[in-house]
Design a protein around this ligand. Sequence first.
Ligand code: ATP
Ligand code: MG
Length: 285
Amino acid sequence: MIKLKLAIQKSGRLHDDSVAFIEKCGINLPINKAILTAESPNFPIQLLFLRDDDIPSFVENGVADIGIVGLNEVAEQSKNIDIIKELGFSKCRLSLAVPKSFPYQELTDLNGLKIATSYPHILQKFLKENQIQAIIQQISGSVEIAPSVGLAESIFDIVSSGSTLISNGLKEIHTVMKSQAVLVCNKNLDSEKRQIVDKLLFRMQALLEAKNFKYIMFNFPNESKETIVNIIPGMKSPTIVPLGDEKWSALHSVVEENLFWLKIEELKKAGAEDIVVLPIEKIIK
Ligand code: ATP
Ligand code: MG
């Protein structure tokens, strides 16, 4: 039977979340770190474990059919591949930073400086777009130490919490791009492989959809029914069940995570009590 070849990082910051994400899609993986490939017993997929730098080119030339890699790496390499899904993990940003003591005010302050980075193409494009003349010093790692060892006056690197910058005496001055893990796909898959990709995307979508919602249950006095239903309209319409006390009902529905606290405040004002909120694992529309 034909199998879809999915490239993921062998070890590093993307590895664990990539494996967890695939497993949450109901795909079992017999992971043995000593080997560089693994086949799922319950989904037509073969995993290839690679350095993250190699994933875009392996997907471009068809050695892998799809891959999970950071958008930063995809943007840096600009290979001829499709980005087919944002996966919502490994969120970080690519930012410019300077030593804390640098009197930074605006981007033009970077003119004439040396900037150390592992992302020379993204940086070059950004400098060109902003008409800044700086010298790009390409290094493959430990970029944060470049200013303190005199290699460069500024850096351009991955930031997530910013604590690495702070502990190296640096301050973030400008975010150039936001990144997260993405699913990339070869441009010339045959229809059989496309069908497997579509199955995988369907499962991924159910997980990603669920992440933005919570399941909510609460009791409310019947006279507030209209107000309550306006606050929580649900996917089609909320489930309302009568309680033993005929003056009260219970409502079950889903609510968007980013509106959650706002909705709770409105519900309480409308007389809702005993509010219970649960995480949702998957939503299939
Ligand atoms: P490899 O050995 O596979 O080449 P690497 O050392 O190049 O790995 P990692 O540090 O494991 O890369 O990071 C892999 C990806 O994880 C990055 O390209 C980025 O997309 C994401 N990432 C890196 N640092 C962070 C962070 N602090 N928070 C969230 N995501 C991050
Ligand atoms: Mg790498």
